[in-house]
Design a protein around this ligand. Structure first.
Ligand SMILES: [Cu+2]
Length: 254
């Protein structure tokens, strides 16, 4: 949190966000160290190989293999970092999903130039989907004959909400071209790719109304593609969902 303020980062409203802000901070520190190191080396080389000391260029060049060994060592070191630490850590952090029953599960479908969302309704089960049912009034291709689809909740375009302090699992996909689902305060960013449904998870920690932006140039109205993601207290969320389930367009697909 402190780090977020120190760096002048956007408001932070998700649990994992402090690790992301920390990562951005440490990457900057590493870059600063590399910059200082390379600058020092550059200045040393300017001085060491100055003209007065080296009037004639040495055409034979360096004969020792020290630099090859150093480069080999760097490759091994980086391979250990990547395979030994980065990949297992990513698997642990990003792939470890919370249980669906303890989470708010949403299906998000991007389209030019808006965000659709779908909630499973009281039965907790999403209606079956099939691309053959997709049309202008059925963005999700929901099977109109599936009973589980009847109570699904489809809020108006560009409107989503979740309760605070409860994990969210959002399945991100797209109807047409590649978009990208991004909410700065929640430190969430996932490409929405046609034909792929990619799940992400995060836990919002602060109530508020946050803007969903499209972070992938997706057409002439890309700039215009924004939605609102509201984090409510549990009670307000229940009221919101109840209201949306009454006005939901899911029923009209029958
Ligand atoms: Cu877009």
């Amino acid at each position: 949190m402190e780090l977020t303020k120190l760096l002048g980062m956007p408001l932070l409203a998700a649990e994992h966000g402090k690790d992301m802000d920390g990562l951005i901070f440490y990457v900057h520190v590493l870059m600063a160290l590399l910059f200082a190191g390379w600058m020092a080396y550059f200045i040393y080389v300017l001085f060491r190989f100055r003209k007065s000391r080296n009037p004639q260029a040495d055409h034979a060049g360096v004969k020792s293999h020290a630099s090859s060994y150093i480069e080999g060592a760097v490759v091994i070191f980086e391979a250990v970092l990547l395979l030994g630490f980065a990949v297992p850590l990513w698997a642990k952090v990003a792939d470890k999903f919370p249980a669906e029953k303890d989470s708010t599960v949403i299906r998000v479908t991007a389209q030019q130039f808006a965000w659709n969302s779908r909630y499973p309704g009281k039965d907790g089960v999403f209606g079956k989907q099939n691309p053959k049912f997709v049309n202008a009034s059925n963005a999700f291709g929901v099977d109109p004959n599936d009973p589980a689809a009847k109570d699904d909740v489809v809020p108006p375009l560009n409107e989503m909400a979740v309760p605070v302090n409860k994990p969210v699992i959002a399945h991100i996909t797209s109807m047409d071209v590649i978009h990208s689902f991004k909410i700065y305060p929640l430190r969430v960013n996932q490409d929405a790719t046609p034909g792929l449904r990619v799940p992400i998870h995060f836990t919002p920690t602060k109530e508020g109304k946050y803007q969903i932006v499209c972070a992938q140039l997706c057409g002439n109205s890309h700039y215009f593609m924004k939605g609102y993601f509201t984090v409510y207290g549990q009670k307000e969320y229940d009221e919101w969902l109840d209201k949306k389930s009454k006005s939901s367009s899911a029923g009209s697909l029958e």
